[in-house]
Design a protein around this ligand. Structure first.
Ligand code: GLC
Length: 535
């Protein structure tokens, strides 16, 4: 049998380069900073790193506004720093994924600047979506930007261009052959430099079929698209199936071509993961058909409440859906776009949830800082940088809280992250959360992650599907307990605040909190804790 490729059940560590480690004292993380901390990354027991963008960018949207996709922004270093980082990662047996941002460029990209100069009807403008206003003076359509406000901005000669995100992020027109050709060049550029694959930003957004068609209820749609906007589930689901600019059939043609390009690096095991927010959830499976991409993000756990029946539904549905295309799901509890899991569900809950998720089949993504149990930063409004905050006139606070720099050592901010003022404020209350402090404490979140990821590799990876354990509590269903078995390990999560005794024989491998008590074929699982038993 062919061995499973590395990415099938990998643990992938997401680094937000601005916030990882500052090597040159400008308050911003950089590539040499990342390189200098790769031993630390390796010590976590992960298989790969994924870096959010570090390309040339005016940094209006944290680098997701790319002005030159084939160069490094001076804030992060240069191309030889990138090469060095990739080489050092490989020498530690860590794979490297980089972000590719194909839905839009920055307005500072040479193409957009040329389009502004060239004027209406030009080949330069056809690489973007430029339109005139309607005869009644209204905008070409009524879509609302995902960052708030209209999704059209007017240029000097009166035409408008489409931007699903910030006005500094003009959407690319994938009907222009130049666009596809340029992205092939970008993919090859980074593969030739040595990367092992890509995270594809807004992978579901590239093709816009009916650019001039209005949506019947753009405001409700815009609310539904905000992950944490309160809305009745059914209403949200119905609305999300009407997004006119996402998940068009044409995107799949693009990924089939990309797959051919990836596979042409025959001896490299290149992989790509799609950021695709699609509805209904079954649509996500299309991105991982055998001739398309390797993985698609599953965002369900990013906002799932800490509730047994909800987690059961989300997890079992994800596994079942992916089976239909012979793929495995992916799991993420945090990323740079959503509140950190320790803040969202609570610190002890997030430890339990992490340990529960680490046993599941498929790849797991860990957002840097998650291993420390880092909460969201407290960001004063004057320090905010996220365009969502500005475009929503402050009604949405945005994502800066999740993007705080990492605390490495010392007793006060900036905790060794930088010798200057960090680009986002760090909290003195993180004193007990630094890498140094936690490394020395066997009970810390950091050591829990290290132990768990090593045990995952040893006992769980490539061990087939899970079997839910229906009623381990003396034959009755306990609403606070969720459990499954995979291979020769059973994993129990007690979500409630009192201990639960389960009937099971075996050796406790790890527990996320508290001290389990085991005898006579029974084990007591501490409150708000996950425990792995080896049979
Ligand atoms: C993706 C990124 C997010 C960015 C957006 C626009 O959703 O994860 O950070 O703002 O795309 O590029």
């Amino acid at each position: 049998m062919k061995p499973s490729p590395w990415w099938k059940e990998a643990t992938i560590y997401q680094i937000y380069p601005r916030s990882f480690f500052d090597s040159n004292g400008d308050g911003e993380g950089d590539l040499p900073g990342i390189t200098s901390k790769l031993e630390y990354v390796k010590s976590l027991g992960v298989d790969a790193i994924w870096l959010s963008p570090f390309y040339t960018s005016p940094n209006k949207d944290g680098g997701y506004d790319v002005a030159d996709p084939r160069d490094v922004d001076p804030m992060f270093g240069n191309l030889s720093d990138a090469k060095k980082m990739i080489d050092v990662a490989h020498s530690l047996d860590l794979r490297v994924l980089v972000d590719v941002v194909p839905n839009h460029f920055s307005d500072q990209h040479v193409w957009f600047q040329a389009a502004l100069k060239a004027g209406r009807g030009s080949a330069e403008r056809s690489r973007f979506h430029f339109y005139d206003a309607n005869p009644d003076g209204s905008l070409p359509n009524n879509w609302i930007s995902l960052f708030g406000g209209p999704s059209w901005t007017q240029v000097d000669d009166g035409q408008y261009y489409l931007h699903l995100f910030d006005s500094s992020q003009p959407d690319l027109n994938w009907e222009s052959p130049d666009v596809a050709e340029d992205f092939d060049k970008t993919l090859r550029f980074w593969l030739d430099l040595g990367v092992d694959g890509f995270r594809i930003d807004v992978a579901h957004g590239l093709v816009k079929e009916d650019v001039l068609k209005n949506h019947p209820d753009p405001q409700s749609l815009s609310d539904a698209l905000l992950l944490h906007f309160p809305m009745e589930q059914e209403k949200r689901y119905a609305l999300l199936q009407t997004v006119p600019f996402f998940d068009r059939q044409g995107v799949h043609d693009i990924y089939r071509k990309w797959r051919t390009l990836f596979d042409s690096y025959a001896d490299r095991d290149v992989m790509a993961v799609a950021e695709a927010w699609v509805h209904p959830p079954v649509n996500a499976t299309r991105y991982v058909r055998p001739d398309e991409l390797h993985q698609v993000f599953n965002f369900d756990l990013l906002d799932a409440p800490f509730d047994a029946s909800n987690l059961y539904d989300v997890i079992s549905r994800s596994i079942e859906l992916m089976k239909t295309v012979d793929a495995l799901p992916t799991w993420a509890l945090s990323n740079h776009d959503s509140p950190r899991v320790a803040s969202r569900v609570g610190e002890q809950q997030s430890r339990a949830l992490s340990l529960f998720v680490f046993g599941l089949p498929g790849s797991t993504y860990v957002f840097a800082g998650q291993e420390l149990g880092l909460p969201d930063g407290v960001i004063p409004d004057e320090s905010r940088q996220d365009p969502i905050y500005f475009r929503s006139q402050g009604t949405q606070k945005g994502r800066d809280g999740a993007r705080v720099p990492l605390p490495w050592n010392g007793d006060s901010a900036p905790f060794g992250f930088t010798s200057a003022t960090p680009w986002l404020p760090m909290q003195n209350s993180w004193k007990e959360l630094t890498v140094d402090k936690q490394s020395a404490d066997p009970k810390s979140s950091l050591n829990l992650y290290r132990n768990a990821l090593n045990l995952r590799a040893e006992h769980l990876v490539n061990n087939g599907n899970i079997e839910w354990i229906e009623s381990p509590v003396h034959g009755s269903k306990n609403q606070a307990l969720l459990a499954y078995r995979r291979g020769d390990v059973s994993i129990f999560m007690n979500l409630g605040d009192s201990a639960i005794e389960v009937e099971v024989t075996g050796k406790v491998l790890i527990v996320s909190a508290g001290i389990p008590d085991g005898r006579d074929g029974k084990i007591t699982i501490p409150p708000v804790s996950t425990l792995w038993v080896h049979h």
